[in-house]
Design a protein around this ligand. Sequence first.
Ligand SMILES: Cc1cc2nc3c(=O)[nH]c(=O)nc-3n(C[C@H](O)[C@H](O)[C@H](O)COP(=O)(O)O)c2cc1C
Length: 218
Amino acid sequence: MIDKNVFKKLSYGLYIITSSNEKEKAGCVVNTVTQITSNNPILAISINKDNYTNKIIKESKKLIINILSEKVKKDVITTFGFYSSKDIDKFANVDYELFEGIPALNEGINGYIVGEVISITSVFTHDIFLVKVISTKVINNDDSLTYKYYQENMKGTSPKKAPTYIEEEIKSAKPIYRCTICGHIYDDSKESIPFASLPDDWKCPVCGVGKDNFERIN
Ligand SMILES: Cc1cc2nc3c(=O)[nH]c(=O)nc-3n(C[C@H](O)[C@H](O)[C@H](O)COP(=O)(O)O)c2cc1C
């Protein structure tokens, strides 16, 4: 018998992995960064095969691990952890600099690690990227963000593609819906009427399509 609650006993940090090919930038939240060796440092990261960031990393073979601090804005985690770079420009509202063309965040991080992919192992839904460190930068000495802090203090959840996803968590979170036409977000936790209770003739306030065009994203 597997009680998935035991996985909550594992401790993790939280990171935003960024990457870029010649044309596009991508980035996503992960909790799965582990240092494997210290001399010639190698790190491992697990990234879902459906994540757009996975595709961009495979194309460029380079990435940056942005080490989140407890001061990161929750909006940044929501943007990078619940939306896809394929649909929105995740970098539109964050301060970043480019390191060899890859975005490194300037806010909410304690430092970043620039790495080159040396191997990719397919594990069912995810790929494990082994990454050789080529450059690093320490930015702040604030406490680094842990999964525990994110869940308990920031009241954060994890989406389906996170390895730590547990079905019940999603059920207890208030639903968020996105218009599949224009991207408008209807977040039940910020609205007085739950999406499910809106009248059938309700229209998207931005592009005017009906409720049927909305999909739940958390
Ligand atoms: C707290 C948290 C932890 C996550 N951990 C991972 C992870 O380790 N691996 C992964 O593939 N996705 C993880 N995700 C999910 C991705 O960040 C999410 O699917 C993202 O929308 C993918 O964006 P992309 O399509 O732009 O790459 C996590 C999300 C959150 C909020």
